[in-house]
Each structure stands twice: as structure tokens, then as C-alpha cells.
Ligand binder design. Structure first.
Ligand SMILES: *Cc1c(COP(=O)(O)O)cnc(C)c1O
Length: 222
């Protein structure tokens, strides 16, 4: 039975490695990002002590409240922004995070490029693709990705490492993972940020290099 955060983290870490080996991938090619949104230091600290180093947060403001103290004690933690970003938060985001998964429109791409220059912090980023073309969801539309990716890389000089998606809840995820992988391949991008608590094994099967897992580690969010 896994009923503590640590038990669940261990089980998830092992399941991620197993999913990689199942498709003959080296588990070291899959980065587990523990998504700690809504959880505080009491839950996060034991996971850091157990060896987890990559964490994800979806709100700049929330991360600003809890991570500076945690990072002062654990300077080797890597923090990923996985939630939507507004341009008025770009400065805070660039200062606090190590990687941004949610670059999805020209305005935010410009704001990030400008801040990275100003702060001399050239963070790796992912372009978020709205693979299901859902009106309420963030992400560049698949049809616009082919022009947006070169804008980010060539025009703005952003360090685009790969692509990120969140499949529609009602769809089987694999077609979305495959689409993301296809777009990445067209642009020679190696990293794929895809897969959450419910679908990380499928994502790893389709080539995920970064899985973002929250509730399977920390428990259901209220
Ligand atoms: C919350 C969140 C996750 C983690 O979701 P779980 O289902 O709790 O694993 C992954 N990605 C993004 C963008 C999120 O906002």
C-alpha cells in the first residue's frame, strides 16, 4: 500500500522507469517533474530529501511564495513553470524558474525574450501546443506551430528545447502525444513535455522526455 507522499513518489518513480524499459528506452531519458502546486513545504521537503530534484508549479505567484525558502536550503532544485503565463509576470517567471513549458503566443514569447536578455538568464523553454484545438485551453494551434516555433527560435533567439501539450480530458491521449511528437520532429526538437498522473505511461511510450506528475505523488488536490 502506498499512502504517504514518499511511498507514492517512490512508486511513481519506479513506474516511470518501468514504462521506459517497457518500450526499450533508457529510464534516464525521462525526467520526472513532481508537480507540487497547491502543496506546501511540509509535503515538498521530504520528496526533496528522498532525491527528487525537478519540480513543477503552475502559478508564478504561488511559486514565489514558497520556493525561495525551499531553494535556499536546496539550491540544486530545478523549477519548471508548467502553467499559463501572462506578460506582466514574465520578469518574475524568468527570475524564479529554470525552465518554462508554456510559451504559446507571440506576446509572451517577446516578453520572455526581452526579460531573459535583461536578466541575462537564457532559460530553456517549451512551446505549448493546443493539440486538441480546445478554445478554453492555452497553447498555439497545431496549424500555427510551424510559424510560431521559428519565430521563437530564430527571430527571438529563445532556447526552444521541445514541445508541451495537455490532451483534452475526454480524448484518448495517444493521438495527441503522436501529433506533438510529429510537430517536434519536423522542427528537429528533441524534448517532449507530455504525460501526467493518468497518462504518463502512454506518453513515455510515445516518446515523452518530461512527464509532469502531481496528484499521483502528492495526492488529490482540493
Ligand atoms: C497540474 C498539472 C499537471 C499534473 O497533473 P496531475 O494529474 O495531478 O498529475 C501536469 N501538467 C500541468 C500543466 C498541470 O497544470
Amino acid at each position: 500500500m502506498s499512502d504517504t507522499v514518499l511511498d507514492r513518489w517512490t512508486a511513481v518513480r519506479d513506474a516511470v522507469a518501468r514504462a521506459a524499459r517497457d518500450v526499450e528506452r533508457d529510464p534516464a531519458t525521462v525526467t520526472l517533474i513532481a508537480v507540487s502546486k497547491t502543496y506546501g513545504e511540509a509535503e515538498i521537503e521530504p520528496v526533496i530529501h528522498a532525491g527528487q530534484r525537478q519540480f513543477g508549479e503552475n502559478r508564478v505567484q504561488e511559486a514565489k511564495g514558497k520556493w525561495p525558502a525551499l531553494r535556499a536550503r536546496h539550491p540544486d532544485v530545478i523549477l519548471h513553470l508548467i502553467g499559463p503565463l501572462q506578460s506582466n509576470k514574465a520578469a518574475d517567471a524568468v527570475a524564479l524558474f529554470d525552465c518554462i513549458h508554456t510559451v504559446d503566443r507571440p506576446k509572451i514569447a517577446h516578453a520572455l525574450a526581452e526579460e531573459m536578455r535583461r536578466q541575462a538568464r537564457h532559460l530553456p523553454v517549451f512551446v505549448q501546443v493546443n493539440t486538441g484545438a480546445e478554445p478554453q485551453k492555452a497553447g498555439v494551434l497545431p496549424a500555427d506551430a510551424d510559424s510560431f516555433i521559428p519565430l521563437c527560435r530564430e527571430t527571438l533567439g529563445l532556447r526552444v528545447e521541445g514541445l508541451m501539450c495537455i490532451p483534452p480530458v475526454e480524448d484518448p491521449p495517444s493521438a495527441h502525444f503522436a501529433l506533438l511528437s510529429q510537430i517536434a520532429k519536423r522542427h528537429g526538437l528533441k524534448a517532449l513535455s507530455m504525460g501526467m498522473s493518468g497518462d504518463f505511461a502512454a506518453a513515455i511510450q510515445m516518446g515523452a522526455t518530461h512527464v509532469r506528475i502531481g496528484s499521483a505523488i502528492f495526492g488529490a488536490r482540493s
